[in-house]
Design a protein around this ligand. Sequence first.
Ligand code: ACM
Ligand code: ZN
Length: 558
Amino acid sequence: MKKNMIRIFLGCLMITALMSCGNKGRTVVAEAEMNVVPLPVEYTFSEGEFTMTPSTVIYDASTTDLPDMDKVIKACQRYSKDWFGKELATKKGNGDSKGIVLLADVAIPQEGYHLTVTKDQVVIAGSTARGLFYGLQTLRQLVPADCYGATDIAKIMLPAASIKDEPKFEYRCGLLDAARHFMTVDEVKSFIDILALHKGNTFHFHITDDQGWRIEIKKYPELTQIGSQRKETVIGHNTPEYDGTPYGGFYTQDEIKEIVAYAADNFVNVIPELDLPGHMQAALATYPRLGCRGADYPYEVRTKWGVSKEVLCAGNDEIYEFLENVLTEMMELFPYKYFHIGGDECPKDEWKECPKCQARIKAEGLKDEFELQTFVMDTIEKFLNAHGREIIGWEEIVQGGVSKTAIIMHWRYDDMANIAMENGNRMIMCPLSHCYLDYFQSPDSIKQPGYGHYIPIDTAYSFDPYKGLTDDQKKQIWGVQSNAWTEYACNMDEVTYMFLPRYAALSEVAWTYDKRDFADFCRRMASLRKLYDYYGWNYGSRQIFGEDETLDYTPVKR
Ligand code: ACM
Ligand code: ZN
């Protein structure tokens, strides 16, 4: 009842405003309705509103000098440019200042924020700059979408509100595979933008694989001269046909620094993945001596998808030196504490036949090839630990026994996830049943740049990272990840077509968790999709908007 009265009141205001807009610009009134994704944990709307204009000032009232406060203020200015065509002015202020006030409050949890809208102020309070940044993401979505890109807005009226919010999971991540198909620096930045808008805090950057090595390593320039180029690409899902077109691309170290800095500006940590000891065919094409088949074998950068049997020779001392040299350069570029070292899909066929690998098994007293893989992973983990880093690996790294300090990324095999659970490892959940957002997002699989089984958006939304776990086991779950693999997606338009809005659904799993309601999510998405339109992000799963998504999209390749 109260809500309806507020609506009527605001509706009247809107009419009044429209009547009085003249050449001074439009007034846009935000409804007293929660349209934010992921849904904030606690919120109420009340009577009254704050009027934001191009003269509204952003006050930095963080008297305790929060680190990275400058990033929050700059972000607020960037967003205000989307609304008014100009950046709002900023000043130092205090909690009583009239305008948008960014306030430090040590009592608020690490990544949480309080957002309070009154007649005189929009106050965003947090104990960290990161928390304030998430408050800003909420403000961004409270501003009506039709303000975005408009240049004639004089006033935006925001309903009085009190929002108290914090994430359920500490780790909220999106993976982008830039190895199968190379994504430009700008495309990677737009992926980071997508993570930030949905309050994601981690970017898993998959940059080496069989089909391409995509990061410049100064000590090994051939890795990008040779390893970043494949002579052609298979058509479709490993059909006998190839496109006959050379394909390549890589990031210089300066470009990597630019991406990492951009991510930091958006409070996103970057975890690079050096996928080893499998998924290394591009490195082997560059340096055949690192493979079990030896220096004379004509390895090639892989031109089709699926799992390659051509893997690093675990019996060859040189691979450890190679990996450590590569990691040394990568650590300079990626400051975040966590490093992904792959470990998935490493067939053991070559190791079984290779004298060097067999000699290593004997010399180290290992039981079998699975323990040999553990030997490789442990060696690299110790190296990274000695440099203050912690490792993440795909769940296959538990097969030959795994250290308790490795973080396990669960993607496929429940039995391996169970081993990790029993071993006490911290875990990241991205099972392909719910979180592989390259998998089909509509039942018509023909027209999508995707693969695998159908993951409807309501299935993604229903993901429960805690399913079947005891309260003690739940503590091992660090968080949730959504994966954008790119065998079939050739550019960011195709990636986001598959990724959005299912990523929005999973962002709500990671952030809101308890208070999910799919019908309400769909209602809120109707608003958020307008921001996707504004930012030029393609999206699928149109069934939630009552549309036939397959009619308006044809992938570059299938
Ligand atoms: C994976 O999808 N191979 C981790
Ligand atoms: Zn070998």
